[in-house]
Every structure is written in C-alpha cells, then in structure tokens.
Design a protein around this ligand. Structure first.
Ligand code: SF4
Length: 74
C-alpha cells in the first residue's frame, strides 16, 4: 500500500491557507497562498508525513490514493 497520488479534495475552495500541511511535510506541500502539491515528489518516501499532514488539515481536504488508484484512501 504505497501512496501514489496526493491532491486537495475540495468542492468549494475549502483550504484556509493555514500552513499546517507545509509545517508537517514541506517535502510535498507548499502554501504560497492556497496549498499546492509539489511536482515530482516521491510520495512513497514521505508517506508518514503525508498522512500526518492529512490528519492536521483543519478542513480535511488533503486526500491520497494508493497503488495507482484514483480513489481517495483516507
Ligand atoms: S492544512 Fe489544509 S487548510 Fe491548511 S494550508 Fe494545508 S490544505 Fe490548506
């Protein structure tokens, strides 16, 4: 079960730009204004931090999928 996709699962621009995801996992997340997922990151090498960032997001928009799936796993 390796994380192969990370995205912001938003329906109404919910990201509050709080910066929590970047504080927990700056290898993957950046919050210049609204949070973005960095390009070319090895998600599998940052799994624990990605999960911590998803748990830290106050509006629960950080989503990830595993093993090549497009379905949200969290
Ligand atoms: S933790 Fe969530 S709300 Fe905060 S900047 Fe990251 S994606 Fe946005």
């Amino acid at each position: 079960m390796a994380i192969t996709k990370v995205w912001l699962d938003e329906s109404e621009n919910e990201c509050t730009m709080c910066g929590a995801c970047e504080a927990v996992c700056d290898a993957v997340f950046e919050v210049p204004e609204k949070a973005i997922i960095k390009e070319g990151v090895d998600f599998a090498a940052n799994e624990a931090e990605i999960k911590d960032a998803a748990d830290s997001c106050p509006v629960a928009v950080i989503a990830y999928a595993v093993d090549g799936s497009d379905a949200r796993a969290n």
